[in-house]
Design a protein around this ligand. Structure first.
Ligand code: GDP
Length: 197
């Protein structure tokens, strides 16, 4: 199958309510992760860009589901980040409601890409997000980002802790990743390509 032309990437829309979610036969790869985990950086790395999905946007400010169409063949769906301490209760509630609506809708996710920090035990919010993905029945991969910040000897134990904390079934791939250096990009691209025809 032809490689994905990541140079052909366009922003489609920001959805703030369920009637704006995209329902399409084009496959959707849905990216989720807590604020500052490097979700934008991972998306940018996949697209070989610096500034396509925003990096370092003030966390918690954008409670939208952002849709990008890549090569006319696959949607990259950027879920709003979570777990940022400084957001108001009202914003937290808005996030919770939108995510509930997103995960309650059938057929919005073909591949879930859950991004966690390779350095740390996943947070309670990460565990909840992983549960939502698992319950949705979609295929899931977990990306452990910021690998470049780990010592070699820390990689294996940290990956084991992430797998155990998120209670990942054996078939869920856990990809050590560095958005900064590029490790893991090929492995994640291979998983995305499995969704394309
Ligand atoms: P988001 O809030 O999840 O979208 O996170 P961003 O993509 O804005 O990244 C948050 C911060 O982490 C930025 O300062 C990035 O430069 C940094 N960052 C993201 N990925 C990596 C990585 O793989 N390694 C390192 N060292 N820093 C990273």
């Amino acid at each position: 199958m032809a490689a994905l032309n990541v140079n052909k990437a366009e922003f489609i829309k920001s959805a703030a309510s369920p009637n704006q979610f995209i329902r399409s036969s084009t496959p959707s790869v849905v990216f989720a992760g807590k604020s500052n985990v490097g979700k934008s950086s991972v998306i940018n790395r996949m697209l070989n860009r610096k500034n396509f999905a925003r990096v370092g946007a003030s966390p918690g400010k954008t409670i939208h589901v952002n849709y990008f169409l890549i090569d006319g063949r696959v949607y990259f769906v950027d879920l709003p980040g979570y777990g940022y301490a400084k957001v108001s209760q009202a914003e937290r509630d808005r996030w919770g409601k939108l995510m509930e609506q997103f995960f309650a809708s059938e057929g919005l996710i073909d591949l879930g890409v859950m991004i966690v920090d390779a350095r740390h035990k996943p947070t309670a919010d990460d565990v909840t997000m992983a549960e939502w993905f698992k319950n949705s029945g979609c295929r899931l991969v977990v990306v452990a980002n910021k690998l470049d910040k780990l010592k070699k000897s820390e990689i294996e134990p940290n990956m084991a802790l992430i797998r155990q904390t998120l209670d990942l079934p054996e078939e869920v791939l856990l990809i050590p990743f560095s958005a900064e250096k590029g490790q893991g990009r090929d492995a994640l691209m291979a998983e995305i390509m499995k969704e394309l025809s």
